[in-house]
Design a protein around this ligand. Structure first.
Ligand code: ATP
Ligand code: MG
Length: 591
C-alpha cells in the first residue's frame, strides 16, 4: 500500500496513529480486582488497611459532594470516578450529596445538570441522593449542643473586626469580647439569629477553640451566619446557614461515610473536621486529601468557568470548548474515554498539571475502536473526471472500520464530478508534497487512480476546478500493472454528497497555564472555533442521529452536534484531530 510520511493529514492506508502509541501497550489498570497486581494509589492502601483492621466493620461509604453553584468539569470527573470507583470496587456505596448551604449562588438548574452529568459518566448513587439542606434541623441541633457544651458562642463583632482579631501566621489572635457569654445567653441569641431578629452581618456563631492556635482555621471559626435569602429547597424557612466546615463533617457523620475524600486545599481544615466531630462525640469518618486535577491550556475553577459563560466568551456551559462534562459530551467525548482518563492519571498527594493531550488521547483511543470511518470534505475543490461517463455512477464498497472487521462495509457512489480537499492539491508542489498536482497520479480512497490533466481558475487566479482522468483498471485502489502512487485522498461525489456545517475546535487558551495570567480573558485563543460551511459529506453522514461519533478519514474524529444537527442541516463538531500529540510526547520523553 502506498503512503507518504510527509503527508499531513495522515494517509488513511497507514495504520491509525493510535496503534503505535506506546501508552497503549502498558498494562491497563482495571481496578476491578482489589487483589490484582496493578499498582494501587495511596487511598486504596488506606482502605485496604481499614478493611484489614475492621475499622468500619468492612464498610466503604464515600460521597461526592458538589456545591450546586456551577456545572461539573473534568476535575470533578476525577473526584466522581475516584469516589464512585472505590465504592464499586469495595462493594460499598457512594452518595451524591449536594452541599447546598450557600443560597446566594445555588440553584436548581445546577442541581439537575450535576445529576445528569454523574449519571452520564456511568455512576449510580441509588437511593443515596442527599442534600445538606435536608440536615438543617439536625445541624441546628448540633450547634445548640455545642453551645450547651460550652464550645460555641454568638459573636457580635462584625466581619471586619473578626478578620482583624484573627491574628496572622506569626501572631496569635485576640479573643472576642463576647467569647465568655454564658451558655444561656448564647442559646438565647442563637435562637434569635434563627428567628430573624438580627440583621445580616450583625452576629455569627463561632466555635470556641483557641485564638492562638497555630492553624489559623482553628481560631474560633465561624459555624453559622445570617443570610436573609431564600434557599432553592427550604425557601424562607431559614435565615441562618451553616458554614462548610461545620456542615460538611456532620453531613458525613450523619450519612455514616467511612472515607471522606477531598482535595488538598482542605488539608488544614481536617483539624476542624475532627474537632467538630470529637466535640459532639458523634460518628467520625476520616478525611483524606488528594491532589486536584489541573489540566494544561484549561481553567478548572468554577469562578472562572462562570465568567467565561457570563461574559459570553463561550456559548454556554456546554460549549464544546468548555472543560465541563456537558461541554465534553457535546464535543463528542464518551463516558468511557473520560473514565479511562481519570483512571490513567490516578490519584496522588502532590499537585501536578496533566497535559490536555492525554485527555485527547483517551477519546482517540476509545473512538479508534468504535467509530465508523466515513469521508467528508471540509474545504471542497471540484474535480471533473473527464473520461467517466455523464449521468452515471458506480457503487463502491468501503470498509467501515479497519480496526473492527465486524463493523462491515458500506456502499458509496462514485461519479463524474467529485470533491476533494483544497489542501490536497498544489499547482506547484514543493518537494515533499505528494498529493495531487498537475500531471500527477493519486489514489481516491476505495475507488480509482486519477491523474490531474488541467487546472481551471477564476479571474482572480484561484483554482476552482480540476480536470482529471481516471484509470478504470485501478478500481478498488490498486493498479494491475503494479504501479504505485504516493498519496490516497478522500473524496465525496458531488451529486450524492450532502452539505454540512463543520466546527473545528482548538484549546480555549493560548497559554499552558491560563489560571496564572493576570486576566485570563487576555489569554483566550481567538481561533478556538472555526465554523466551516458548505462542507461535503458522504451521504450516510446526513442520516445520523445527534451525538453520533465517527472518524472523517484523514481529518479526525467528529460528532453530530447534539443541539444543532438535523438531517436537513447536518452540523458536526471536531472532537480531536488524528494527530496524536500524546503519543509524540511519550516518544520524546522516552528519547
Ligand atoms: P471551586 O472551584 O469554587 O473551588 P469546587 O470545584 O471545589 O469549587 P465543589 O462543588 O465543592 O466545587 O466540588 C465538589 C467536589 O469535587 C469536591 O470534593 C472537590 O474537592 C472536587 N473537585 C473540585 N475540583 C476538582 C479538581 N480539579 N480535581 C479533583 N477534584 C475536584
Ligand atoms: Mg469546593
Amino acid at each position: 500500500m502506498a503512503g507518504s510520511k510527509a503527508n499531513p493529514p495522515q494517509d488513511p492506508n497507514k495504520t491509525d496513529p493510535d496503534k503505535t502509541d506506546p501508552i497503549k501497550t502498558e498494562p491497563k489498570e482495571t481496578n476491578k480486582d482489589n487483589d490484582s497486581a496493578v499498582p494501587k494509589h495511596f487511598i486504596r492502601h488506606i482502605i485496604d488497611e481499614d478493611m484489614a483492621s475492621g475499622k468500619y466493620d468492612g464498610r466503604v461509604v464515600t460521597r461526592f459532594p458538589p456545591e450546586p453553584n456551577g456545572y461539573l468539569h473534568i476535575g470533578h470527573a476525577k473526584s466522581i470516578c475516584l469516589n464512585f470507583g472505590l465504592a464499586r470496587d469495595y462493594n460499598g456505596q457512594c452518595h451524591l450529596r449536594f452541599d447546598d448551604t450557600n443560597p446566594g449562588k445555588e440553584n436548581v438548574e445546577y442541581v439537575d445538570a450535576i445529576q445528569e452529568d454523574v449519571r452520564w459518566l456511568g455512576f449510580d448513587w441509588k437511593e443515596h441522593l442527599h442534600y445538606t439542606s435536608d440536615y438543617f434541623d439536625r445541624l441546628y441541633g448540633y450547634a445548640v449542643e455545642l453551645i450547651k457544651r460550652g464550645k460555641a458562642y454568638v459573636d457580635d463583632q462584625d466581619a471586619e473586626e473578626i478578620r482583624k482579631n484573627r491574628g496572622t501566621l506569626t501572631e496569635p489572635g485576640t479573643n472576642s469580647p463576647y467569647r465568655d457569654r454564658s451558655v444561656a445567653e448564647n442559646l438565647d441569641r442563637f435562637e434569635k439569629m434563627k428567628t430573624g431578629e438580627f440583621a445580616e452581618g450583625t452576629c455569627v456563631l463561632r466555635a470556641k477553640i483557641d485564638m492562638a492556635a497555630p492553624n489559623i482555621i482553628m481560631r474560633d471559626p465561624t459555624l453559622y451566619r445570617i443570610r436573609k435569602l431564600d434557599h432553592h429547597r427550604t425557601a424562607s424557612q431559614w435565615c441562618i446557614y451553616p458554614m462548610y466546615d461545620f456542615a460538611h463533617c456532620l453531613s458525613d457523620s450523619i450519612e455514616k461515610i467511612t472515607h471522606s475524600i477531598c482535595t488538598l486545599e482542605f488539608k488544614n481544615n481536617r483539624e476542624l473536621y475532627d474537632w467538630v466531630l470529637d466535640a459532639l462525640e458523634v460518628y467520625h469518618p476520616q478525611q483524606i486529601e488528594f491532589a486536584r486535577l489541573n489540566l494544561s491550556y484549561t481553567v478548572l475553577s468554577k469562578r472562572k468557568l462562570i465568567s467565561l459563560v457570563s461574559d459570553n466568551h463561550v456559548s454556554g456551559w456546554d460549549d464544546p470548548r468548555m472543560p465541563t462534562i456537558s461541554g465534553l459530551r457535546r464535543r463528542g467525548y464518551t463516558p468511557a474515554a473520560i473514565r479511562n482518563f481519570c483512571e490513567r492519571i490516578s490519584v496522588a498527594r502532590r499537585d501536578s498539571v496533566v497535559d490536555v493531550a492525554l485527555l485527547e488521547h483517551s477519546i482517540r483511543e476509545d473512538l479508534n475502536k468504535t467509530a465508523p470511518r466515513m469521508m467528508a470534505v471540509l474545504n471542497p475543490l471540484r474535480v471533473v473526471i473527464e473520461n467517466f461517463p455523464e449521468d452515471h455512477s458506480e457503487v463502491i464498497e468501503a470498509v467501515n472500520n479497519p480496526e473492527d472487521p465486524a463493523m462491515g462495509t458500506r456502499k458509496i457512489e462514485f461519479s463524474k464530478i467529485l470533491y476533494i480537499e483544497q489542501d490536497d492539491f498544489m499547482e506547484a508542489p514543493p518537494k515533499k508534497f505528494f498529493r495531487l498536482a498537475p500531471g500527477r497520479e493519486v489514489r481516491l480512497r476505495y475507488a480509482y487512480f486519477i491523474t490531474c490533466t488541467e487546472v481551471i481558475k477564476d479571474e482572480s487566479g484561484r483554482v476552482v476546478e480540476l480536470r482529471c482522468s481516471y484509470d478504470p483498471a485501478t478500481r478498488g485502489g490498486d493498479a494491475p500493472d503494479g504501479r504505485k502512487v504516493k498519496a490516497t485522498l478522500h473524496w465525496v461525489s458531488a451529486v450524492h454528497g450532502v452539505d454540512a456545517e463543520v466546527r473545528l475546535y482548538e484549546n480555549l487558551f493560548t497559554v499552558e497555564n491560563p489560571a496564572s495570567a493576570e486576566n485570563f480573558a487576555d489569554v483566550l485563543n481567538e481561533n478556538s472555533v472555526q465554523v466551516l460551511t458548505g462542507c461535503k459529506l458522504e451521504p450516510g453522514l446526513g442520516k445520523r442521529d445527534p451525538g453520533h461519533q465517527c472518524q472523517f478519514e484523514r481529518l479526525g474524529y467528529f460528532c453530530a452536534d447534539i443541539r444543532d444537527y438535523t438531517q436537513q442541516h447536518p452540523v458536526f463538531n471536531r472532537i480531536v484531530t488524528l494527530r496524536d500529540m500524546w503519543a509524540k510526547i511519550k516518544k520524546q520523553q522516552k528519547a
